[in-house]
Write a protein that binds this ligand. Structure first.
Ligand SMILES: [Zn+2]
Length: 269
């Protein structure tokens, strides 16, 4: 019998699946792999926190500042007053391993943040908005709560781990990883982290003043803000929105039987 070579059928090298569907599978698959690796990195950061004590962190970052931070003059009277207030509040956190340093960022955007090593950043925009010491004390107490729960180091660990990962994937230079305040804060914290920081902050305010009156009045004013104000409030990009938060703070005060009436303390500038 003679063998007759047959022509291969048309389109033998072309998959029967639609190319868009194949591309979809590829994208979804790759995304799943990337997300998986990111989750593993986040988990490793959590584990490594057990090996880096708060004391060690405080020592390593004792004089550290993010490279993109523009601060106001150290002569600024509001800087001195805010640092003094932090020093008073921190008395209520026995055995804190941190030596807290306050800096004022030269920015009109109202915001506050906790950075590794006990660095507390408040913006000029925020200080322009507070109307009593009690309001400022709660904002600062909340940031102290992040240190208490070590959220700031968790954020740093994630930024470093993820940048190393992307640097490896993209093949760029590792030296390019500069730690910026923007990277550390824009990711924000989870609702649970924020609630815990609020609870710690309010307890500190109560310990300092003997009441929690006016502690969240700043957020009440911001809650009725109009759109013209939203431009200079960056606080809500890194912290919970007002409504839910105020309600939770009220419940917290009631549960702990903290006084809601009390004389507010004027700002010292
Ligand atoms: Zn927060």
């Amino acid at each position: 019998m003679r063998f007759v070579a047959r022509q291969p059928r048309e389109g033998i090298n072309v998959s029967e699946t639609h190319p868009l569907a194949e591309a979809g599978v590829l994208i979804v698959g790759l995304t799943a792999i990337f997300v998986g690796i990111a989750l593993v990195l986040i988990f490793l950061v959590e584990v490594s926190l057990y090996f880096v004590s708060a004391e060690k962190e405080a020592a390593i970052f004792a004089s550290w500042m993010p490279e993109d931070l523009i601060t106001v003059s150290t002569e600024d009277e509001r800087l001195e007053a805010t640092q003094a207030l932090v020093n008073r509040l921190v008395v209520h956190w026995l055995d804190t391993p941190y030596n807290f340093r306050v800096v004022i960022e030269d920015s009109e955007l109202a915001n506050a943040m906790a950075l590794p090593g006990g660095l507390i950043v408040v913006t000029q925009g925020l200080l322009d908005q507070v109307e009593s010491e009690n309001e400022l004390a709660f904002v600062l107490g909340h940031e102290l709560g992040h240190f208490r729960n070590r959220d700031q180091l968790r954020a740093l660990g994630r930024v470093v781990a993820l940048s190393l990962f992307f640097t490896a994937v993209m093949g760029s230079d590792v030296a390019g990883i500069g730690i910026k305040a923007a990277d550390l804060t824009l990711r924000g914290f989870s609702r649970k982290q924020e609630s815990k920081a609020d609870a710690f902050g309010l307890a500190i305010v109560n310990a300092e003043y003997g009441h929690v009156s006016e502690a969240w009045r700043l957020f009440e004013r911001w809650g009725i803000r109009d759109d013209s104000m939203s431009g200079f409030i960056a606080y809500f990009s890194t912290h919970p929105d007002t409504g839910d938060r105020i309600w939770k703070l009220q419940v917290l005060a009631e549960t702990n039987a903290w006084r809601l009436d009390g004389v507010s303390t004027p700002l010292r500038w």
